[in-house]
Design a protein around this ligand. Structure first.
Ligand code: G6P
Length: 372
C-alpha cells in the first residue's frame, strides 16, 4: 500500500513523530523476560562472535554516524576494537581484515553502491558481514552473511531521521549482545543499559514535546549564515548529524566538531552572532565530560558567540552559560544520542521551513545513491 503523509505537512514531519514507535518496534523481540538480549532472527554464530578480534563499520552519510556511535558502545561494553570507515574510503586504504573480523554494513536503503562495493570487498577478504538495514530483501542484506533489520518502516523523506534512530538502537542492541556473549565483566552496567533501552521510546516522545520551543528558536536562527555543532564522546557523531541535517534541509552552512577540537582551530571562527549548538553530556552520568564541555562553553561565551545547549533537564550549570537550553530527560550516556539527535532534526526541519525549503526533497540529493 502507498505510504501517505497521514495529515502531516511533510513526510519529514511524520517520520520525526514516528520515532518512538520506530525505536519500540526495533527493540521488539530483542529483550527476553530475564532482561537478556536475544538475536534469534539474526543468523550469526555465537562461536564466531566470541572469537571476534575486530569490528569494522562501513556506511555512508547519516548511517556512518550511527557507526561512530557503535564504536563507543561496542568498545565500552564488549571490549572489541572497532574501526569506522566511510564505505567509499574503506577499500582504498588496504584495510586489515580476516575471518575473525565482523564487518557491520549499515544502510537504510540497502542499495547504496559505495556500501555494497565495500561489502563485496570485505567478504572477498574473508570477513563476515552483518548488515543493519531498513529495507527487507534489499541488495546489501542479500549479499551479507546475516542481517539485523531495523523496523523504522518506509522512510520517504530524502534526509534520514527515524531510520537513524533505529540504526542507533540496533547497534546498541548488538553491543549489549556482544557484551553478554563475551562476558567481559560489565554485567551490572549491561543490565542497567538494557532496562534503560526498554524505556527509551517514552523518553523520545518526551523530547518531541520540545517542538514548540525549537520552532521559535528556528525562527530566530533562520537567517544565520552558518551554525556550528559540537559534542564529546557520542555527542560528537550527534553534532556531525546535526550539522549534516541542517546542510541537507536548510542549505545553511554547518560544521560539526568534537568539542575538544574547538580550541585547536575552529575557535578562530567565533565572533558575536556566530551560533554554536553544544551537545552537553549528563552532569550525573558523565561528570568529567560535562565539566570539560562547560569549560568549552565558557570559551565560546568569552568570544561573544550565541550558545544553544542540548542538555539534561536540571543541569543548572549549562543554564547559567547558554543563551537557550533544550532540556532532555536523563538517560544512560551511551543511549543519549537517541534523545539528543531529535531536537537537532526538529531544528533543521524548522529552519528549512522558515527559509521556504522543501524538507522532503532537498535539491541535489537522492534517497539512495546507487552510483559510486
Ligand atoms: C544518501 C541519503 C542520506 C543517507 C545516505 C546513506 O546520501 O541522502 O540521507 O544517509 O545516502 O544511505 P543508506 O540508504 O545507505 O543508509
Amino acid at each position: 500500500s502507498a505510504v501517505t503523509k497521514d495529515g502531516y505537512p511533510s513526510f519529514m514531519a511524520k517520520e520525526i513523530q514516528e520515532q518512538p514507535d520506530a525505536v519500540r518496534r526495533t527493540l521488539q523481540g530483542k529483550v527476553d523476560a530475564q532482561g537478556r538480549i536475544t538475536l534469534a532472527d539474526t543468523d550469526i554464530e555465537a562461536d564466531f562472535l566470541m572469537g571476534l578480534k575486530k569490528v569494522i563499520v562501513i556506511a555512508c552519510g547519516t548511517a556512518s554516524y550511527s557507526g561512530q556511535i557503535a564504536k563507543y558502545a561496542i568498545e565500552r561494553w564488549a571490549r572489541v576494537p572497532v574501526e569506522v570507515d566511510l564505505a567509499h574510503e574503506f577499500r582504498y586504504r588496504s584495510p586489515m581484515l580476516d575471518q575473525h573480523t565482523l564487518v557491520l554494513a549499515i544502510s537504510q536503503s540497502g542499495e547504496t553502491m559505495d556500501t555494497l562495493m565495500a561489502v563485496r570487498y570485505a567478504r572477498e577478504q574473508g570477513a563476515r558481514v552483518l548488515a543493519v538495514c531498513n529495507t527487507p530483501g534489499a541488495t546489501i542484506p542479500r549479499e551479507s552473511d546475516a542481517v539485523f533489520y531495523t523496523q523504522a518502516g518506509p522512510e520517504v523523506a530524502v534526509a534520514s531521521t527515524k531510520a537513524f534512530l533505529t540504526q542507533v538502537t540496533a547497534v546498541l542492541i548488538l553491543a549489549l549482545y556482544l557484551a553478554q556473549l563475551r562476558d567481559v565483566g560489565v554485567g551490572a552496567e549491561i543490565g542497567d543499559a538494557v532496562e534503560e533501552l526498554r524505556g527509551i521510546p517514552e523518553k523520545v516522545k518526551q523530547v518531541l514535546a520540545s517542538e514548540r520551543q525549537i520552532k521559535d528558536l528556528a525562527g530566530a536562527l533562520a537567517g544565520a549564515p552558518a551554525v556550528l555543532f559540537i559534542g564529546r564522546h557520542v555527542g560528537y557523531p550527534v553534532a556531525l548529524e546535526g550539522a549534516l541535517k541542517l546542510k541537507e534541509l536548510a542549505y545553511t552552512h554547518a560544521e560539526g566538531f568534537a568539542a575538544g577540537e574547538l580550541k585547536h582551530g575552529p575557535i578562530a571562527l567565533l565572533e558575536p552572532g556566530q551560533v554554536v549548538v553544544v551537545i552537553v553530556p549528563s552532569p550525573i552520568g558523565s561528570p568529567i565530560l560535562h565539566a570539560k564541555t562547560m569549560s568549552t562553553i565558557q570559551e565560546i561565551k568569552a568570544r561573544g558567540a550565541t550558545i544553544i545547549g542540548i542538555a539534561e533537564e536540571g543541569d543548572s550549570v549549562v543554564n547559567t552559560w547558554a543563551d537557550e537550553v533544550v532540556a532532555l530527560p536523563p538517560t544512560h550516556p551511551l543511549l543519549a544520542p537517541l534523545l539528543t539527535t531529535v531536537p537537532l532534526q526538529l531544528l533543521a526541519a524548522h529552519i528549512a521551513l522558515a527559509r521556504g525549503m522543501d524538507v522532503d526533497q532537498p535539491r541535489n540529493l537522492a534517497k539512495s545513491v546507487t552510483v559510486e
